[in-house]
Write a protein that binds this ligand. Structure first.
Ligand code: SF4
Length: 253
């Protein structure tokens, strides 16, 4: 059973890898201060690690993830939305978390942002049959607003808790290129100080895969204020994907 810790600046849930923190510092969350020891305890208590199957395969991972209780996000979501795609995909796309449509369907990237991603992949010449799609967090986090469920950004604690699933997916699929879609996925794998705005589209070497790259999440294109900006953002996104297509094609030549 692989218990390999995350690499390339990726956070790990292993206790021994936690940096000792100063006793005096504290964090303010929701109007209350949390000491570092409280945060550390929370991280240690919230992890998907114990839910991983003994024998790792995509099938066993998917089945085990359905019963994950590694953090509290399972409580309100409909179901776990595990990754899907080619079992030995050359490129793995990692988003933040399932959205409303994904939560109901049980499949990743089937909502409006997912449809936009699939269209961009087509425009960039990246085959779906060469791709695997997943999220940093496998349960939908939301807040009710009337009858609508509004997306809620997962806390770092929740991203860390869910990391064992993502690590296992990467180890099983062994993609040639990992594509982080948006800040949550990028910071999960490249460290909390990574900024997509500063390093967007940079193809970087990685210990997780031969190449890793970060770009925006397609939902950012949907949030563009007008059609003109939306078209511009879509064109830039497709340009990022074309660079990735080139790396994949070079690998195959
Ligand atoms: S979000 Fe991840 S760690 Fe939390 S319950 Fe769901 S699968 Fe488990």
């Amino acid at each position: 059973m692989p218990r390999k810790k995350a690499q390339n600046g990726a956070p790990s849930n292993d206790r021994e890898n936690k940096k000792p923190k100063k006793k005096t510092s504290s964090k303010k969350t929701g109007g209350r201060k949390k000491t570092d020891s409280t945060v550390k305890k929370e991280i240690e208590e919230h992890t998907a690690q114990e839910f991983l199957p003994d024998k790792i395969s995509m099938k066993s991972l998917r089945a085990a993830a359905a019963d994950c209780r590694g953090c509290d996000l399972y409580k309100n979501a409909t179901q776990t939305v595990f990754g899907e795609g080619a079992s030995k995909a050359r490129v793995m796309f990692i988003g933040e978390q399932p959205g409303d449509a994904e939560d109901k369907a049980g499949h990743p990237f089937v909502g409006p942002a997912g449809k936009l991603l699939h269209k961009a992949l087509q425009d960039a010449g990246i085959a779906e049959s060469a791709s695997y799609f997943t999220n940093a967090v496998k349960h939908f986090k939301f807040a009710w607003k009337g009858k609508r469920r509004l997306h809620g950004k997962p806390r770092r604690l929740e991203v860390l808790a869910c990391m064992p699933w993502l690590q296992a997916e990467i180890q099983e699929v062994k993609p040639h290129v990992i594509v982080c879609l948006g800040a949550t996925a990028a910071q999960a794998l490249l460290g909390p100080s990574f900024r997509v705005t500063q390093h967007r589209g940079e193809i970087m070497p990685s210990l997780l895969a031969p190449h890793i790259v970060a770009t925006i999440h397609p939902s950012a294109i949907l949030r563009a204020p007008d059609d003109e900006t939306r078209h511009e953002e879509m064109a830039k996104f497709v340009d990022d994907l074309r660079k990735i297509a080139k790396v994949i094609n070079e690998h195959e030549d």
